[in-house]
Design a protein around this ligand. Structure first.
Ligand SMILES: *[C@@H]1O[C@H](CO)[C@@H](O)[C@H](O)[C@H]1NC(C)=O
Length: 182
């Protein structure tokens, strides 16, 4: 009797769970969300606690003036507002940029935005990659993938320098607008 009751209860649980589970799976795969997000990226080159490490530099030539051949590893803070110290921290941009422009200051960016903290994006990532001609007003890069909330992500990022840029290396704050489908 006890066993029959347990079996009936187990069956009831299964009947209850199964449709929910498959409906969840169906909407996760079938749906597509659009997310817009603006955040600020802080490249700290100077001072006691830089978030960039130059790992390679080409032999100095005339082309080196554009930074051609440099490889820099970054672990840059991402914040909600433009102030690196007082704005809410959203995560980190980890990856590299490469001086890829022979005749102009132009970077190849390859970085993962790693979301942290209390938001629903905590633990999720987005991969941003592309051509970044840093002296231009607006630079567009591809969002090529993601994890967590951003699984299957694609989209584009628009970068605008928040601090004035020069072709000399220095700290930089860049506003990133992200247009994501996931
Ligand atoms: C973010 O997620 C990690 C696990 O991935 C968890 O340990 C941490 O507590 C979360 N942070 C916040 C602020 O919720």
């Amino acid at each position: 009797m006890a066993m029959a009751a347990a079996a009936a209860a187990a069956a009831a649980v299964l009947i209850f769970l199964l449709p929910t589970a498959s409906a969840g799976a169906a909407s996760r795969w079938g749906g597509e969300r659009s997310t817009y997000m603006k955040l600020y990226w802080h490249d700290v080159v100077s001072g006691p606690d830089p978030t960039t490490v130059p790992v390679a530099q080409a032999r100095v030539t005339r082309d080196s003036e554009s930074g051609f051949g440099a490889v820099v590893v970054i672990d840059d803070a991402l914040t909600e507002g433009p102030d690196r110290r007082s704005s809410r921290r959203l995560g980190r941009a980890q990856g590299i940029y490469v001086g890829a422009g022979k005749d102009e200051v132009s970077l190849l960016m390859a970085m993962t935005f790693v979301f942290q903290g209390g938001s629903r994006y905590n633990g999720s990532t987005l991969d941003v990659m592309g051509h970044n001609a840093v002296l231009h007003d607006v630079r567009e890069m591809a969002i090529v993938g993601g994890t967590g909330v951003f699984r299957m992500a694609r989209g584009y990022a628009q970068a605008r320098s928040y601090t004035p840029v020069s072709n000399k290396p220095g700290d930089a704050t860049v506003e990133y607008s992200l247009f994501i489908k996931h």
